[in-house]
Design a protein around this ligand. Structure first.
Ligand code: URA
Ligand code: SF4
Length: 253
């Protein structure tokens, strides 16, 4: 009797939508139909990462904002403008940068008094559900440096106990790339009270200059991270405390 191949068990996450033998183009196309969590009903469209597949730097934000949700592209709004200035200040070429988000749909609620759409923080379950897209982006691009913008991105990739405040602007050891940096989210700089705004922006710029210095220092042949390529490290990132086997299952194809 021939053994019947059973279809892979659904995980209820983005992993169910990852195409076989993924390329960036295939991933981007497949992400448009993602139903890995309920946020596809909330955001207008999936906002997948953008940038060259040869990028040495991967920037990971939290989720698309209002403008990104409309445009279908990451970091086209005010945060993106600040980011661009930080790249300039750090000598990082935009051609060398791939920008993406931990969560790929905009989560928002209507402001009670105005017509504005107010950003809502994604839940731990939504972040976990969306992680397979980011994992595959990292595995395909193999950036030299990953920069996490804000606590949501940093915790998604570096563990739930990671503190941006304590460890911002310095390379963190990780299997994901030769260096992973974390800094605050540019929207936190933009929202800072006026008397703290200058200092917040200066610190953000300084963190990005540290990324630029790391790139200058470490230029040369790209150091591959075989564990990241094989995805054997993924089980430890979704659930850093590794208290359950759920993340292992849900993050595989
Ligand atoms: N903030 C983010 O985290 N990502 C975007 O794409 C835009 C704003
Ligand atoms: Fe899929 Fe992520 Fe959108 Fe949820 S937020 S539907 S997991 S792309």
């Amino acid at each position: 009797m021939t053994k019947q191949k059973r279809p892979a068990k659904a995980t209820g996450t983005a992993a169910d939508f990852i195409p076989a033998r993924p390329t960036l183009a295939k991933l981007r196309a497949a992400s448009k139909g993602c139903r890995g969590c309920d946020l596809f009903k909330v955001g207008t469209q999936t906002v997948f990462g953008e940038g060259p597949s040869t990028a040495q730097v991967m920037i990971v934000g939290e989720q698309p904002g209002d403008m990104e949700d409309r445009a279908g592209k990451p970091f086209v709004g005010p945060s993106g403008k600040l980011l661009d200035r930080a790249f300039d200040g750090a000598g990082i070429s935009r051609d060398d940068v791939y920008v993406t988000n931990a969560v790929k749909h905009f989560k928002w609620a209507k402001d009670a008094r105005t017509t504005r759409r107010i950003h809502k923080t994604p839940s731990a379950g939504e972040i976990r559900a969306c992680l397979p897209w980011l994992q595959h982006e990292i595995a395909l691009i193999q950036p030299r440096v990953i920069v996490c913008l804000g606590a949501i991105a940093a915790k998604a990739l570096l563990g739930r106990t990671f503190s941006v405040t304590k460890r911002r602007g310095m390379p963190v050891d990780s299997d994901l790339a030769p260096a992973v940096f974390a800094t605050v989210h540019p929207s936190a700089v933009l929202r800072a009270p006026s008397d703290q705004r200058g200092r917040a922006e200066a610190m953000f710029m300084a963190d990005m200059r540290a990324v630029g210095r790391f790139l200058d220092k470490s230029s040369g042949p790209r150091r591959t991270t075989p564990r990241a390529r094989k995805f054997s490290a993924w089980s430890t990132i979704a659930r850093p405390s590794a208290t359950s086997s759920e993340s292992t299952r849900s993050s595989r194809e």
